[in-house]
Design a protein. Sequence first.
Length: 831
Amino acid sequence: MKKATTFIFLLVVSIFLMNFSEQSPIEKLVAKINQQRKLLAKEVLYIHTDKPYYMAGESIYYKVYLREASRFLPQQLSKTVYVEWINPKSEIVSKQVIHLDKEHNHGDIKLSTELAQGEYLLRAYTNWMRNYGTDYFFEQKVNVFQIDIEQRRVAEEKNVNDSSSEINDGQHYNQEFDLQFFAESGKMMANIPNKVGFKLLNESGYGQDFTATVFNQNDEKVQEIKSDYLGMGSLYLSPKNNEKYYAVLNKDLHKQHPTKYDLPKVETQTTVLKINNIKPEIWRAQIISNDNQLAEGVHLMMSQRGEVLNTWSIASKNVTAFIKIPTDRIKNGVVRFTLLNKDLLPIVERKSFKYIPQNLSISMDKPMYKKRDKATVTLDLKDSDSTGISGVSSISIVDKNLIDMDTKTKTLESSWLFQNEIKGNIEQPKSYFADYSLEKSNWLDNLMLTQGYEQPVWLDHLDDSLKMEFLPERGISIMGRTTKVLNKEKVRVSEITMTSLNGERSYAEQVVTDDLGKFMFTGMVFYDTTDFVFSAKKFNTKKGRTTENKNVDISLYGVDSPIIYPFSSTVKEETINALSAYEKEVLDIEKINRAFDSKTIILDEVEISELAENDPFDRPGKLHTDVLSKVIIDSMNYEGMTVWQMLQYNPRASMMLRRYGIGSNGGVADIDEAGIITDFNDFPVILDNFTADIVMLKSMMASEIEYFEVLSPADAALYVYGAENGIIALWSKTGGSSPNYTVYGINSIKHPGYYVGKEYYTPKYDVQSDDHRKPDHRITLEWFPNVEIDSIGTGTVEFFTDDKASDYLIEVEGIDQRGEPYYEVKTFKNN
């Protein structure tokens, strides 16, 4: 029985090892691709703002969304996001550091009233994203307007007639156009129906609708074509062997030498891939091959955002092979179908797009509201089975008659579903998903055929090594570099001690620099301005220990902003009525604020007879208030003494030194060749807030000191870590402002911490207040940066309407627990 059990065990192990060793080449490739996705751990980021454009003097309220890039789940490496407001000159006007948790994931940017009118850039990124280039950053152009109603009226009337986006015979006659054709999967095969996408760009680089005629090489008309949306469309063509085709814009047909736009080359021997995604529950792939690829065997690989979802291996003597593709594992967004030959080299690639609108409904407790009425908004989020699902959302409610939300072109949904999958500028990405229909599905497929087409070269980079120069940040980072004091080019490997002097949390950490003298303290989370002191001592790398040599210069720096590339700044004028009404409302709000919020008090004339005396013992950076003993140097005879001799002469000071085992000659258990103590973490004497040493005190004269204090252990802890017997605090006559001595191995920094977003203020009319006498006019009626949808799919917010009779729009953006983003709007009236 025992032998039988052993035999079965060995048989199972042998089968397991055999299966592992016999993993097919395609399985090894899939494992390699999916492993790379995990190692790269890319991130996506989106900023939801309360409005799409602003007037100078307003505030931008925003919410930060950050997720890992493949499944949009909250498993990203970073928790620190940098948000920058950049002017048209590519200069950073404002930079905020946001910590991603449930409470502090939002912020606000106050726009100066003097801000020049123009198009600005809102940019956000994590330090980790910088490893993959700026293509992964969030960037959104934002128009800022100055209040000048008359000037705008003249400018808008000048442009009011330029409203057509389609080419007509009498319009844009001399304009240059670029019409390109893209065969499905990149190849056009002879004698079969081929789907061919096309797109026309005007001289400004924007898609423009058109009509055109396709001709063969004999100038015979084949068919007429017309774009569907933004200059894009598709046609079906069954080309003949070795025949060439071209198109002419209909507006140019009358010309003797019109511009001809070539269609793709007709391939006689090739392999093509067709994807049909009309049915959402199951797609169909068709492989057509007359060059023996299918007979030798091919592999169809389906991937999404760097993750391989499925593969099919096909070998057939037939020219055509069909594959049914279940879509249950596919999330909303771009899907890649890559066809590989028997040697796993790419043949062709075709992108497709899946989109099933999220079931998010917005309901309100009343059909209509009165002024200053309480309103309740309920969000109801369901999955495809009508089961409630949780999510995180942000809500903006704006005056629809003042803010045209249709000018907003990008949403969380459109931003992430297209993220880094489509090359070039995607015009009006939001429009593909609003009121989704079969027509919109065709628009998306046209986008995949045209801008989505690219050679399948991404597989060539699987073995590329990517140098991760930037680390993910879970907290605030402070970095630096140490060198010799007198030679900044000479690296000095050192031990760095960082100590916080104030703030909500205390930090005391030590690190040893790398061989280049670089160091980093990271992972700190604090939300108020905190002072940090850094001290350095040379680190003996051969002996592996710290010395007391403080001949170290510390350079401190934070995370520098990435390069800002110039961007075009063109203000798109809104309609006269909407923008003029917006300006007028801003002016009305300013008048109300001046009338009701004035706190100016006129005082009687006061004659100042004498100025308050300054405290002679107050010094910059002084942290303590109580002392055990204070000695003013002028009151005693220390003439000719060094500072060290003075401390030995004073009974209280000498007693303090003896508690640390320091004798009158500076003798202790271990003193290095420079006379510096090496068996204490810190010398128990500070000079103008910085740690001193015996060499320094023996070289300074007592006449340079104004007074010194003996501090208790509690007060000493404010300056020196672990000073259990207290310390001696020396204060020079220069007050530390311009001393004639040098304190080595010390530096400090004042860090503002993470930015804490302001709460959007709105009145609460269910509570009596004198402030309610003030007229209530709001352009953004309410802003909710954090709205949780619970496990049954419900989220609720409450607010009060204002004093205006108007139409309002509720905008909801968010992402559910499965990683599917959503967007929805609803309007209501306030009478």
